[in-house]
Design a binder for this molecule. Sequence first.
Ligand SMILES: [Zn+2]
Length: 88
Amino acid sequence: MALISCEECGEKISEKAESCPKCGAPTKAGKKAQKKARVAKRGNTQGVGCLLILLSVVLGLTVVGAPVAALLFIVGFVILIAGLLIPA
Ligand SMILES: [Zn+2]
């Protein structure tokens, strides 16, 4: 296990630590993990939006499902846009 210096206070910490135990500053590994989590979260939101839009298209092909399809499309679209605009 290698030790690195904290960027904020210089404390020796494990390279695997996500934040400095002394000052709480995120390490490079911690920043990377946070970024990965944000991207995954955003991907999930967009996935749900895409799924709803796809579902609405399939439902729209049936005459009975058309009103529900329109609603699903709008909801899916809003979720997709929200996933793009809201910073996670
Ligand atoms: Zn520190």
